[in-house]
Design a binder for this molecule. Structure first.
Ligand code: CA
Length: 218
């Protein structure tokens, strides 16, 4: 599930964006100024940031430099100004897109989806060995034959594929697949890993990393 930070000092706009994005299945945090936003960015992990330019305390441009230099998180600027030079300044600082107020919420969501696709967060299908995964239709094929995975098995495999050749901590995997609200259950996770290895024939490729977690080796 993609997590988005909305940085906007106008409560009405902030709430509207949050409600609409949550309806689309995104997880959202909000920040009312640049300082709160910087604190959240340090603590949480975001897939995308919607960033208003005119903000109290730390403005959007300053925050954008911080985001891009330190965290490389995809960022869409929101501005009350539609001047071209403002837009160019934002894009030069590394913004991934730019939208000016007033905007149609549908357009904002389309831009969010487009930026996430670009980062994937973006590639719809991935191939490893003889396995092809479609992250949009959530299907997995091995040698062209569809393999049936449960939703959690799919989420788990998608996470492993997106982090291939990186070791993932058990706790991190659990939080991403089962959610932060559930208590960490190593048995549940280990069982799903075993099922994946068996169903996909990846016994040696989904590695157990002693005392840490798992890694998909490609
Ligand atoms: Ca503002």
């Amino acid at each position: 599930m993609n997590k988005i930070l909305i940085v906007e000092d106008e409560p009405a706009i902030r709430d509207l964006i949050k409600i609409e994005l949550e309806q689309k299945g995104y997880k959202c945090d909000v920040a009312k100024d640049g300082e709160v936003a910087a604190d959240l960015i340090e603590l949480q992990k975001y897939d995308l940031i919607l960033l208003d330019i005119m903000l109290p305390k730390v403005d959007g441009y300053e925050l954008l430099e911080f985001i891009k230099n330190e965290y490389e998180i995809p960022t869409i600027l929101i501005s009350a100004k539609s001047q071209t030079d403002e837009k160019i300044r934002g894009l030069n600082l590394g913004a991934d897109d730019y939208i000016s107020k007033p905007f149609e919420i549908g357009e904002l969501i389309a831009r969010v989806e487009a930026v996430l696709r670009r980062y994937n967060k973006g590639i719809d299908t991935q191939k490893i060995y003889d396995i092809e995964v479609n992250l949009v239709s959530r299907t997995v094929k091995k040698n062209g034959i569809e393999i049936s995975l449960t939703p959690k098995e799919f989420d788990l495999f998608a996470l492993l594929i997106q982090n291939k050749n990186f070791v993932l901590y058990r706790e991190t995997i659990f939080e991403k697949v089962w959610g932060e609200d559930l208590e960490f259950e190593t048995r549940t996770l280990d069982l799903h890993i075993q099922r994946l290895r068996k169903k996909l024939g990846l016994k040696d490729k989904i590695k157990t990393v002693y005392k840490i977690g798992y890694m998909l080796e490609v």
